[in-house]
Design a protein around this ligand. Structure first.
Ligand code: EPZ
Length: 437
C-alpha cells in the first residue's frame, strides 16, 4: 500500500496541464472492438483504469501498441475471445462497456456481472434491457452475463435513467445493428459526445449526441480512424478547487471550458475570480477564503457528481454554511467521516450534507475509499495546517495522472511513501502525533 504525505497551508500558484479524459478514453478504446481496422487514440491519460482497459482488450485478442506522446493504437481484427472475466471486471467495472461492441460485431459476449462499489450498487439493468430490445438473448450463469445475438437490430429505447455508460454501450452496439436505433433520455455528458465523435470518425452514422435523443443508423462495418480525446473536466475542476481552498491562483491548460460551466459557476459563487480562455481557465482567490455554496448533483449539464466530494471539501473551510445534495449515487459521502477527522463541521441527513465552514482544518491520518473521495482528502490536506497522511491512495491513481508531480509544480509539499503496514490503532496514535494532539 502507498500513502500520500502532504504538508498543507500553502497557497497553490501556477499552471497545470490537464490530461485526456478517463471517462472518454475508456469507451473510445473499447470502441476499437467494433472494427477490424486499427483505431488510434491520442491524448490518452496514463491511468490505472486505462492500463486495465488495454489489458482487457489484449486478453480479448486485440493488439495494443503504445506510441510516443500518449497515443495508443488498438487493432481488433484478430479478436477471438469474447469473455471479460471476474478478475478484470472486479478491477474495473467499466469493463461492462465491451458487452455492446462484442455482441454487435461477433454476436457473442460473456462479461462477469459487475458488482457494486464504494459509492453505490451500480446496477446495469438499463444496459441489458437496451440490448434485449435490440434482439440480444441474455442469461446470467455462474455470475456471468452471457449474451448472444444472430444480428442485433435497431430499436427505440427509452432509458429510465440517463446512464452514461448505459448510453455508451447501447450507442456502440447500435453502430453495427441492422436498421435505426433511437435512444431517448440519453446521457448528455461530454464524454458521451466524445465517444460519438470517435465512432462517427470510424464511419458510424450518429445524430444528436449531447442531446437527450441520439439516433444511430446501423452500418455493415466501421473503418480505421484517429481520435484525440477531450480533456478531463473532472481533473480540471479538481485543480481549480485546489486553488480555491488554498487561496491561490491556478490556471488549468489544454481544456474545453464549455464542459465545466456548472463547476465554474459555483466557484464564482464562492468568490473566485475566473478568467476563461479558448483552452484554459484561470482561477484567482488572491488569498481570500471561499464562501460556502449550495450544490445539488444532477446529470450533465448540471453539477457533476464526480465533483461533489471536491466542492464539499471547499465548503469545509468556507465562510458560512453550504448544503450538498447527491442525487446520482446512494453512498457517495464516505469522504465526510474523514473530513470530520480533520476538524470539519458536517452533518448528514439522507442524501444531503450540511457543512458549517471552519477557518482551518488540522492534518490527520485519513483513509481514501474511492476515486473522488481520495481527491477531496488531497484537497483537505493541501488546505490544512500541519501534515496529513492519506492511506490507500491506489484509488486516486485510477483517475489522476501524476497527481503529486502536478501539485508539486503548483507549490504543494506532497510526497508518496510506502505504508509500513502499521496497524490502525497505532495509526490513531500517529494521527494524534501528526495533528499535534
Ligand atoms: C459514469 O458511471 C462514470 N464512469 C462515473 O465516473 C460517473 O460518476 C457516472 O457516470 C455519473 O456521471 C465512467 O464513465 C467510466 P451511470 P456510470 O450509469 O455510467 C443508475 C468516476 O469517478 N443506473 O450514469 O456507471 C446508477 O445506479 C466515475 O470517474 C441504473 O440504475 O454511471 C446511478 O444511480 C465514478 N441502472 C445512475 O444510474 C443502470 O443500468 C447514474 O449512473 C445504469 C445506471
Amino acid at each position: 500500500m502507498e500513502n500520500l504525505i502532504i504538508s498543507g497551508g500553502l497557497p497553490l500558484n501556477g499552471n497545470v496541464r490537464i490530461s485526456g479524459a478517463k471517462n472518454a478514453g475508456l469507451p473510445c478504446l473499447i470502441a476499437s472492438l467494433l472494427s477490424s481496422e486499427p483505431l488510434r487514440v491520442s491524448n490518452i491519460p496514463h491511468l490505472q483504469d486505462v492500463t486495465t482497459t488495454l489489458d482487457l482488450l489484449g486478453r480479448l485478442g486485440a493488439t495494443v501498441e503504445l506510441q510516443e506522446n500518449m497515443t495508443v493504437v488498438v487493432d481488433s481484427r484478430n479478436v477471438a475471445n469474447f469473455r471479460a472475466n471476474y478478475e478484470i471486471v472486479q478491477t474495473m467495472r467499466a469493463s461492462i462497456l465491451v458487452l455492446g461492441p462484442l455482441l454487435a460485431r461477433f454476436g457473442h459476449a460473456e462479461v462477469y456481472m459487475p458488482g457494486g462499489c464504494a459509492i453505490g450498487s451500480r446496477p446495469i439493468n438499463l444496459h441489458l434491457e437496451g440490448l434485449k430490445a435490440m434482439g440480444a438473448d441474455i442469461e446470467l450463469e455462474a455470475g456471468y452475463i452471457k449474451a448472444t445475438a444472430s444480428k442485433l437490430h435497431g430499436a427505440h429505447i427509452f432509458m429510465d435513467i440517463s446512464s452514461v455508460t448505459g448510453t455508451e454501450n447501447l450507442m456502440m452496439a447500435a453502430c453495427l445493428a441492422k436498421g435505426t436505433t433511437v435512444i431517448d433520455n440519453a446521457a448528455m455528458e461530454p464524454e458521451v459526445v466524445d465517444l460519438a465523435d470517435c465512432l462517427i470518425g470510424m464511419g458510424a452514422k450518429i445524430e444528436g449526441a449531447g442531446s437527450s435523443r441520439i439516433k444511430i443508423e446501423g452500418s455493415d462495418s466501421l473503418q480505421e480512424h484517429t481520435h484525440h480525446l477531450i480533456a478531463d473536466r473532472i481533473e480540471a475542476g479538481t485543480y481549480l478547487v485546489a486553488g480555491a481552498v488554498t487561496g491561490g491562483n491556478v490556471s488549468v491548460l489544454d481544456v474545453q471550458p464549455e464542459n465545466l460551466l456548472s463547476v465554474l459557476d459555483k466557484l464564482q459563487d464562492a468568490g473566485a475570480d475566473i478568467i476563461v480562455g479558448q483552452n484554459d481557465i484561470q482561477l484567482s482567490m488572491n488569498g481570500k477564503r471561499p464562501k460556502a455554496v449550495n450544490v445539488r448533483t444532477v446529470p450533465y449539464p448540471g453539477f457533476p457528481t464526480d465533483m461533489q466530494a471536491q466542492i464539499l471539501m471547499m465548503n469545509c473551510i468556507a465562510t458560512g454554511t453550504g448544503s450538498i445534495t447527491e442525487t446520482i449515487f446512494e453512498n457517495r459521502f464516505q469522504h465526510v467521516q474523514e473530513l470530520i477527522r480533520m476538524g470539519s463541521d458536517i452533518s448528514t441527513s439522507g442524501s444531503t450534507v450540511t457543512v458549517n465552514g471552519v477557518p482551518k482544518l488540522k492534518g490527520a491520518r485519513v483513509t481514501a475509499t474511492d476515486l473522488r473521495a481520495s481527491a477531496s482528502l488531497v484537497l483537505a490536506g493541501l488546505a490544512a495546517e500541519s501534515q496529513t497522511i492519506i492511506e490507500r491512495i491506489h484509488h486516486i491513481d485510477r483517475g489522476y495522472h501524476c497527481i503529486e508531480e502536478k501539485l508539486a509544480l503548483l507549490g504543494a509539499q506532497i510526497r508518496r511513501v510506502h505504508d509500513n503496514g502499521t496497524s490502525r490503532e497505532h495509526l490513531e496514535t500517529d494521527a494524534e502525533h501528526v495533528s499535534g494532539g
